[in-house]
Design a protein around this ligand. Structure first.
Ligand code: RIB
Ligand code: CA
Length: 306
């Protein structure tokens, strides 16, 4: 099994991804970050959800705010009052050991073995590689849900230009995507294409997933006008399980950090001989811009039924 650290701003689709990862990955720890919910709530949600699915995994507390920008509102409208559909009393508190130290110490203890899976803002990843640059060459890969490159009209979900995770901390995203880290990006271009309906979820006979997804399904219908919730974060684990089901485009990526297109992810579409090339010296990353959606959906549902 692949060793991973699961870095999350745990809302509903994050929880679906964690339930899927629990069946197919060796999860060393769950690190939490602000995003869908405040980080304290993310600690509580990670503890509560792991306990409810019988996953014994240590939970760590990460950053409560972006590197440089002022904090912005959580996504209560999408993920419900507590980030998990507002269906459980959440008796846990937000106290936990430091996520950044855990990431650094884990990479040093497992050189070249560890995949970081980041499905919220990239703040924790940026803080870890800034505090301990020595770990960068020892990280096997970073797999993220984030960004949008405009294929099939998928250019943004929090603004017309930007995807939520990147928009929440564009400075962290630009730093991480332009570090020496090998990054695999699962953007909206593919994550909007894999959806599960209420019937699909009920057929899993998984009362926890059924309960927490009610509000997210309602949001998808009312606000996105589509039947079924986008699995988003789950596609990071699907890529790790079956990379051949994804079409990869290789390109450096830059992130707009302010103005009307804050959080926009830009790939290199042509090479101009200008002296001011924002892609100069940037690492080429792997962008998943196509997906065999039905195969991913079937594997996800079959795995959760096991
Ligand atoms: O844009 C979708 C992403 O933002 C997902 O990770 C979702 O959980 C939210 O964090
Ligand atoms: Ca997320």
């Amino acid at each position: 099994m692949q060793k991973i650290i699961f870095d999350t701003d745990i809302g509903v689709d994050d929880a679906f991804a964690l339930a899927y990862a629990a069946k197919s990955m060796d999860i060393l720890g769950v690190t939490t970050v602000f995003g869908n919910v405040p980080v304290e709530q993310a600690v509580s949600n990670a503890r509560l959800f792991s306990q409810k699915i019988g996953l014994d995994v240590p939970i760590y507390r990460g950053s409560s705010r972006p590197l440089a920008l002022a904090p912005s509102a959580p996504a209560w409208d999408v993920h419900g009052a507590d980030g998990l559909g507002g269906v459980f009393d959440n008796p846990w508190n937000g106290a936990a050991d430091n996520a950044i130290h855990f990431i650094i110490n884990s990479v040093r203890a497992h050189p070249d073995e560890l995949t970081l899976v980041a499905i919220g803002p990239l703040t924790n990843i940026a803080l870890a590689i800034n505090q301990a640059p020595d770990i960068v060459p020892q990280i096997k890969q970073l797999v993220i849900m984030g960004g949008a490159f405009g294929t099939l009209g998928n250019s943004g979900n929090v603004t017309p230009f930007a995807e939520f995770n990147i928009w929440k901390d564009p400075h962290a995203a630009d730093q991480v995507l332009n570090s020496a880290l090998p990054v695999v990006v699962l953007p909206l271009d593919v994550t909007h294409r894999v959806r599960v309906s209420g019937d699909d979820i009920r057929a899993l006979r998984h009362p926890v997933l059924e309960a927490i997804s009610r509000s997210y399904l309602q949001y998808s219908l009312e606000k996105e006008g589509v039947e079924g919730m986008a699995l988003h974060d789950t596609l990071t684990i699907a890529w790790l399980n079956h990379p051949s089901w994804f079409g990869i485009t290789e390109s450096p990526v830059r992130v707009v950090t302010d103005g009307i297109s804050r959080g926009q992810t830009l790939r290199q579409l042509n090479s101009v001989a200008s002296c001011d090339d924002p892609f100069a010296g940037c690492r080429v990353q792997k962008l998943c811009l196509s997906v065999e959606a039905e195969k991913v959906k079937k594997h996800f549902l079959d795995t959760l039924r096991r």
